[in-house]
Design a protein around this ligand. Structure first.
Ligand code: ADP
Ligand code: MG
Length: 867
């Protein structure tokens, strides 16, 4: 941004003020030149107006198997081989020129390999003017009616612009005119045949919206950067044909607004396209001469053509440029034709040339690096330092990237196969450049004067001339002037012929008349001046009135605009909200409906649930009732049956046991009867049953086998002083029958299985035995006997009598009787032994360690549950 500092004391604004948040990417365009006549293979295809496709040439394809054979690159726009210079200008440079005229800066550069058409694009050829001549032409077409007189604007040497007063400007102009070398008025397009007819008149362009109340001046500079040195191509150096002085390089400086400029660089004020061409051509010529003299190659230098446009508002009268430096705006458009982007190897440079080429590439490398860093900073939000200072080219243009302005690049490509690899690099750089963003230039504030000053001033002048002419009338026949009128209104002069040497009347009379005239004239001048001043002040007053009104109107308009915008915004917002509310209403409606449906569903479901619950409840209670009933029945039945089963089992067992017992007894009695005859000793016989029943147990016990029948006679134990002592044998298997009457034998040893120890101490034995009676009821028998000592050292019991205790169930007598009537073997179980039993006595021999006895059988029974 090149602008004059406002205010009297130059202030240094803080560096890198982000004046504008809006950014635009660097506009990158691609131009494909036609294939040269000598070239055959074409590597580039334009596939759309934004995309090109690169094909690897045949030779390269053989070596590169891994890489893509075809690559596509996209740009803001692609210009094919048929694109005319005019078309390119319309798209690429015209917007930049328009910006320039509206006080905005621009940078346009061409980039590409040598021979790709950079210079053709920038400069062009006769009849095929490039971007540069077309830009100049457009500028002058737009501003020429409003150009300031030469030297009104004068560059200071600090990249600023001053406004000279009229006198100084006039003096400078006169000085310039006196130098004969410069033609006073350039004749159209006659400077150099090379630049003649660059642009055909029908292609003339013009910018819109030029401020007519400003005055404009165009200044051009032309520099070359070679080997990282800057040379001024427009510098006027006295030419010494004998010893030509080598050109002096220039340095870069920063102005008070932190803009970079070439210090001491010539800035030539030009007043027409032709003059500007002439200056450019002068620079071109100088460049060519220097290159030949110093054996340089122009393709390795960067050329920079800078067009500066100074503009300042006209004063309130609309007559002259306002004498206020702070009101001067300077914008610039830089047109850069960069050096060829090829690598060093391709230039086949040697020695110092190699160093130069290296530097050239170095500056392009720096450009690349700067773009890379900028892109990274912008994309990743980093704050890496951009190495602008590493080369002159980047340093000079750092403000464009850091500050604001439009930046555009035309990438030129030659589709020939030789350039393929270089072109690939160019494409990559170009793609990367597109990702860099540059702050959009902002509009400059307008000056405080009313618009239309120039026109008013012109109209006023015309009107004044017209009026004077009207008043004048014809003098000398047909040229009416104000002077004539004035002369006529003076008193006539007296005759002025001197009659003789002594005539002292005529002269004094003449002198008097002339003095009168002179006085009259002075009076008239005074009058005129007074009137003029009055008129002027009235006009000024009117003007200022008008100005303030206009300002007021402007202000109101601004406000109105703001309000309008606000209203529009609010309307939009209302619209949006209305739409939204409608949408929401609709949604609510739908939701309501859905809710209703769901609620109905819910109600019916709830009803169903309730009815089902009731049913369930009913069923449950029914079930519970049934259950409890069943439980009752089951427990009843179970109890009954358990009791019954138990009773039956017990009865059966008792019956069987007793049967066995009785049989044993019978056998014994039989034996006793048999042996009675032989011997008077009545010895109780061991029941054979014992031997059959538990052979395993017997084998385990210490040899219980008697050697023979008991030989010792029965011997009654002597009764102790306390009377008889009883062994009260109650087997565990006995059922507790809640008998009220129970034998209570004093002085007895209670056992649940007869043992020798107890028997040895007692002389009486009683067994409490339960069995099933004929009616199915359990009856308890107390089988009594006497204890004797046997010959073998054991004890023997002789049963003497049986007491019977019996209970009766008054309810279930019939059924029980029926079941008891037939045993498992189908024959009556009692009777057959009860009478025998009562009649006989039983002897049981108990041995030490033996648990045989009447209670033995009970051991095998399952333990009884208490009812
Ligand atoms: P560079 O400046 O990139 O080295 P030039 O602009 O000097 O390349 O172009 C080399 C040659 O190609 C010139 O003779 C030029 O006239 C020609 N040329 C380049 N671009 C075009 C184009 N678009 N149409 C026709 N000729 C072109
Ligand atoms: Mg070139």
């Amino acid at each position: 941004m090149i602008r004059q500092a406002k205010g009297k004391t130059p202030r240094r604004p803080p560096p890198k003020k982000p004046s504008n948040s809006q950014k635009d990417p660097v506009g990158v365009y691609c131009r494909v030149r036609p294939l040269g006549e000598e070239d055959e293979e074409c590597c580039i295809e334009v596939i759309s107006n934004t995309t090109i496709q690169l094909h690897a040439p045949d030779g390269l394809k053989a070596n590169r198997n891994g890489e893509f054979k075809e690559t596509q690159y996209s740009f803001k726009k692609v210009f094919g081989i048929k694109t005319s210079q005019m078309e390119l200008f319309e798209d690429v440079a015209k917007p930049l020129v328009e910006d320039l005229i509206h006080c905005k800066n621009g940078l346009l550069f061409t980039y590409g390999v040598t021979g790709s058409g950079k210079t053709y694009t920038m400069t062009g050829s006769p009849g095929q003017g490039g971007l540069l001549p077309r830009s100049l032409d457009m500028i002058f077409n737009s501003i020429s009616p409003y150009q300031a007189k030469r030297y009104v604007f004068k560059p200071d040497d600090k990249n600023g612009m001053e406004v000279q007063n009229q006198i100084d400007a006039l003096l400078d102009r006169q000085k310039r005119d006196s130098q004969t070398s410069v033609p006073k008025t350039p004749t159209a397009r006659r400077f150099d045949p090379e630049f003649a007819d660059m642009i055909s008149p029908d292609e003339a362009c013009k910018a819109g919206g030029v401020d007519e109340d400003s005055s404009y001046s165009v200044f051009v500079s032309y520099i070359e950067i070679y080997n990282n040195y800057i040379y001024d191509l427009l510098e006027e150096t006295p030419f010494d044909p004998i010893k030509p002085k080598p050109p002096q390089s220039k340095i870069l400086r920063e102005d008070q607004n932190h803009n970079m400029y070439v210090a001491g660089c010539t800035e030539v004020e030009v007043k027409s396209t032709e003059e500007a061409f002439e200056v450019f051509w002068r620079g071109q010529k100088k460049r060519r001469i220097a290159n030949t003299q110093l054996n340089r190659e122009s393709s390795r230098s960067h050329s920079v053509f800078i067009i500066k446009l100074a503009q300042a508002p006209l004063d309130a009268d609309g007559d002259n440029v306002l004498q206020d430096k702070s009101q001067v705006n300077v914008s610039q458009l830089c047109l850069v034709d960069l050096a060829g982007s090829e690598r060093t190897s391709r230039t086949r440079a040697e020695g110092s040339r190699l160093r130069e080429a290296g530097n050239i590439n170095q500056s392009l490398m720096t450009l690349r690096t700067c773009i890379e860093v900028l892109r990274e900073n912008q994309m990743c939000g980093t704050n890496k330092m951009v190495p602008y200072r590493d080369s002159k080219v980047t340093h000079l243009f750092k403000n464009y990237f850091d500050g604001e302005g439009k930046v555009r690049m035309v990438v030129c490509v030659n589709p020939k196969a030789d350039d393929y690899e270089e072109t690939l690099l160019v494409m990559r750089f170009a793609e990367m450049t597109q990702e860099v963003e540059v702050a959009r230039p902002v509009d400059r504030p307008i000056c405080g004067f009313a618009a239309g000053r120039r026109q008013r001033n012109q109209a006023f002048k015309e009107e004044l001339t017209r009026r004077l002419e009207e008043r004048g009338g014809p003098l000398d026949g047909d040229s009416p002037t104000v002077l004539n009128q004035l002369l006529q209104s003076f008193p006539p002069l007296p005759p002025c012929e001197i009659s003789g040497p002594n005539d002292d009347v005529t002269l004094p009379r003449l002198i008097e008349a002339l003095e009168k005239r002179h006085k009259f004239r002075r009076m008239m001048v005074e009058e005129y001046n007074k009137t003029a001043n009055m008129l002027k002040s009235v006009l000024q007053e009117q003007d200022s009135n008008l100005l303030s009104k206009e300002n007021f109107i402007q202000e109101q308009r601004g406000r109105l605009g703001e309000k309008d915008k606000m209203i529009q915004n609010q309307k939009n917002e209302i619209d949006r909200l209305e739409k939204k509310s409608k949408m929401l209403e609709y949604k609510i409606d739908i939701l309501q409906k859905t809710t209703n449906i769901y609620e109905e569903d819910k109600r019916s479901l709830q009803q169903e649930l309730e009815s089902r619950e009731q049913r369930l409840q009913r069923e449950m209670s029914e079930k519970r009732r049934m259950e409890s009933r069943m439980q009752g029945i089951v427990t009843d039945a179970k109890l009954k049956w358990e009791k019954e089963c138990e009773r039956r089992v017990n009865a059966k067992q008792l019956e069987m046991q007793n049967k066995l017992w009785v049989k044993d007894e019978k056998l014994k009695q039989l034996k006793a009867i048999v042996t009675e005859g032989k011997s008077e000793n009545r010895e109780p016989q061991r029941p054979s049953r014992e031997k059959d029943k538990v052979p395993a147990k017997r084998s385990a016990s210490p040899s219980p086998v008697p050697t023979g029948p008991p030989v010792r006679p029965l011997h009654r134990r002597s009764h102790s002083a306390g009377g008889e002592r009883w062994v009260d044998h109650k087997p565990n298997t006995n059922v507790d029958l809640d008998t009220v009457l129970q034998p209570n034998i004093p002085n007895s040893i209670k056992v649940n299985a007869p043992n020798e120890k107890a028997l040895s101490k007692c002389d009486k034995y009683v067994l409490t035995h339960q069995e099933v009676a004929s009616d199915g009821e359990i009856q308890t028998k107390l089988i009594k006997g006497e204890v004797f000592k046997t010959r073998g050292g054991g004890q023997s019991v002789q049963f003497t009598d049986i007491e019977t205790l019996k209970q009766e169930n008054p309810i279930a007598s019939s059924r029980k009787r029926r079941s008891s009537e037939s045993g498992p073997d189908g024959e009556p179980t009692e009777g057959s032994w009860t009478d025998v039993e009562t009649r006989c006595s039983v002897a049981v021999e108990m041995r030490a360690g033996s648990n045989l006895g009447p209670g033995y059988q009970h051991h095998g029974y399952p333990k009884r549950r208490k009812p």
